[in-house]
Structure formats: C-alpha cells, structure tokens
Design a protein around this ligand. Structure first.
Ligand code: SF4
Length: 421
C-alpha cells in the first residue's frame, strides 16, 4: 500500500507500507563499542541475536570486541528460571573478569521483550551494586519495527540522564552522534580555529568524559538518525542548531557555519578557518566526479543517511538519484537537507520491498545503496550495490573524508566496469 502526500512544502513524498528488509538496532553496537572505549554491551537475547552480531561484526570489527550475548534459553522462555538471577550472575562474572569496564549497557532484544524482562529495573539494581566503579545503563536494540541506526539513538538517549547539569551561562557546543576519532579530532581543530569555545562530543571516548548539558548548551547533530536523543537533550534545555549533515563539502560547510553563526563568529574568520580543508576536499572530489557524473543511483531505505547521501551524490558528484528511500523522515532535522535537494526528486518513506525492487529493476540504476539482505540478490541480477551499513561505520564526515565518501560509490562501479558486466 502506498500513499502520496505533500508533506513538505517543496516536494512530495511517497509513503510506503509493506514488508521491510532491515537489520535491528543491535547492529549499532559494532561502531558504538569501538567509540566508547571502556564500555561493554551485554545483549540480553537469543542465539539468533548472538548469531546476528557474530556474522555482522565478523566482517567489520578490527579490535578486541567489547560485547557479548547473555542467552535467554528455553527454560527462561518457559518461565522455569528466574532470568534476573541469571543476569545478575552473568554480570558479576563479567565485571570480575573485565576490570577495565566502566560503563555497562544491558541491551534489550526481541526475546527479552517477549518474556517481559524489565531491563531498566535490572540496570538500576546492578548499578546500585556496582557504581561508582561501573555504571549500568540499558536500552533496547530489538528490531521488528525499527532500523539498525535506531540502536545508536536509543543508546545515546540512555546516556543523557547521566549527563551532569551545566550552568545556564555555560554556552558549550555539543556534537551529537558517533564520529570516528580521526574525524572528531579534525572537527575539534576546525572549531578551535573558528573560535566557538568549549566543544564536547556525545558519545564520549570514555565513561568519565560524559559531558554536561544545560540551558546554555547548543548541539549539532552529526547523524540524521538521532530523533530521540535530540528530544531528551532538548528536554534538558539544550538547543539544536539547524544544519545540513557534515557529508561532502556543501554539508560540512553548512554544518560548521551553523555553529559559527550561533557563536557570532565573523564570516571572514569562518571562511579563513575552512579554506585549506575545503580546498583539499575539492581536489579529492574532482578525481571521482569525472567517473561518477551522470551515473544513476537508487537508495533503498535502511540507514536514514539516504537523504544527505543523495544530496551529496547529486550536488557534488553530478549523479542522478532515481529514488531516495528512507525508513523515516524527520522533517525538522532534515529540513536543511531537503532544501538542498533539487525539486522533482522521488523520495519514499517506509518500505514495500517487493514494489521497490520492481522499481529498481525497471530503472536499472548504475548503483543501488541497500542493506546486506538485498545486496546479493541485486548483484545476482546485475545491479551494482553498496552496503548502506558500510556508510555508517566508515569515517565519511568532514572535508578530509569527502574524497573517501565519493570513493565508496566509485569503487564498486570501477570494479563492475573492469569486469565488463
Ligand atoms: S531482530 Fe530481534 S531476535 Fe533478531 S537479532 Fe535483532 S533483537 Fe535479536
């Protein structure tokens, strides 16, 4: 079933409802555990959840994993064992074996929700026993009706109550959303050069560095899938700075400019601070534009990054987005992105996977960005694909990554061209 509305003032958006092909929020642990270096993610789930994490993380992790699954087995499901006692035993053993853990997340799953295991009470109980050495928080990664990036949103929203209260006159800038350390360092240098004052990042690299928040805090979203985190930060008095997302030259410039304007930085100082990295990005993009210009691209709804990516592909690489699918469209957070897209783009919100596959087959795009579940069947049909999850855990934000981001689209096409398929 689909229905077309004029939900935006400047373009129509097609809403689709039907079968969806998405991963659940557990997947976010893959990049979150690499960012918060003294955190541990304990999934309270089934063997299916453990298997998903193993197979998804198996091709993606490069460091000692800091996550595990406490398996809910048949006895728990049948109500024959006290799952809370089991959980306490697993956590006690884990903390004894891993004294480096400072922040423990109990991550809920479909099975833990089915047996109505109250992980917020379990986290409060364990936190009472283990803090201040180890803080215990919880969030849900279950995924029948969610997308995989909502796991990060739920995780960051769970950290917000742990943030201290900043004085009202403390006008710190908070960057919200997981960025790789190298990207974070680059942005910190640019913010220093612009002169916006104190800058903090959520999530932090270590549990002890959880930033404060207050009525003077302004925040920039670094990722477009953080609706709940933004909501709870606003409830703490923080103000979101409206901006496009820092993908490509255009998005990064707009994102940094939103901070510069909020902190009354003179335009000349801002332009001077971004001039050198911007030039580097222009040089890096030029090489890819020659290969990508005029190519068509089809976005299946998966990561919620689709609209900023389509804007980058069209405006900076000269590509033609045939369809821009997104699982959810947060009209307020995406307003600046939508304004940068030219009129006439086909945007779909939600998914009816069969109908969408039919449209993709009919369009024969040069490349399709999709979830892992659709990639193999599409490749078998001769459609070149790019995994959307790769665009979430690869550093792609900022000027110095603009060339790498273009390269992620260029490489599969170059390979296909070489094979002559
Ligand atoms: S969808 Fe549910 S059952 Fe499947 S891996 Fe995710 S949390 Fe586990």
């Amino acid at each position: 079933m689909s229905v077309e509305t004029s939900a935006s003032a400047y373009r129509s958006i097609v809403h689709e409802r039907g079968q969806r092909e998405v991963f659940c929020g557990l997947t976010g642990i893959i990049w979150l555990h690499r960012k918060i270096q003294d955190a541990f993610f304990l999934i309270v789930g089934s063997r299916t959840c453990a298997h998903l994490m193993q197979s998804a993380a198996g091709v993606m992790i490069f460091a000692e994993p800091r996550f595990a699954t406490a398996i809910i087995d048949e006895r728990d499901l049948a109500g024959l064992a006290d799952a809370n006692d089991e959980l306490d035993r697993v956590v006690t053993t884990l903390i004894a074996r891993r004294p480096d853990i400072r922040l423990l997340f109990l991550v809920g799953s479909c099975p833990s929700e089915v047996i109505k295991l109250d992980l917020s009470r379990a986290a409060a109980r364990l936190d009472g026993q283990l803090s201040p050495g180890v803080r215990v928080l919880n969030y849900s990664g279950s995924g029948i009706e969610t997308t995989f990036t909502q796991g990060e949103d739920a995780c960051l929203a769970a950290i917000v109550p742990e943030m201290g209260t900043a004085p009202t006159d403390e006008a710190a800038l908070l960057i919200v959303g997981t960025l790789s350390e190298s990207v974070e360092d680059q942005f910190r240098r640019i913010f220093d050069a612009i002169g916006v004052g104190t800058v903090a990042f959520l999530p932090p690299r270590r549990a002890a560095d959880i930033p404060s928040v207050g009525h003077g805090t302004r925040f920039l979203l670094a990722q477009p899938f953080l609706a709940e985190t933004a909501r709870v930060l606003e409830a703490r008095g923080a103000k979101r700075l409206a901006a496009p997302f820092p993908l490509g030259i255009e998005g990064t410039t707009g994102w940094l400019r939103a901070a510069a304007e909020a902190y009354d930085v003179p335009a000349a100082v801002f332009e001077d601070a971004i001039a050198a990295p911007r030039r580097r990005a222009e040089t890096a993009l030029a090489a890819h534009r020659a290969q990508l210009s005029g190519r068509s691209i089809f976005f299946f709804p998966d990561s919620q990054l689709e609209i900023p990516l389509a804007r980058f592909c069209h405006n900076e690489l000269g590509m033609t987005p045939v369809e821009i699918g997104t699982p959810y469209l947060h009209r307020e957070h995406l307003a600046e992105e939508l304004a940068l897209l030219p009129p006439g783009m086909r945007i779909t919100e939600g998914q009816h996977v069969e109908h969408q596959l039919d449209r993709c087959r009919a369009a024969r795009p040069d490349i399709a960005v999709c979830g892992l579940g659709l990639a193999n069947p599409l490749e078998a049909e001769g459609v070149t694909t790019k995994w959307s999850i790769e665009l979430v855990f690869t550093p792609i934000q900022g000027f110095d990554q603009a060339g790498d981001l273009a390269g992620l689209f260029a490489r599969p096409l170059a390979r296909r061209d070489r094979l002559g398929v």
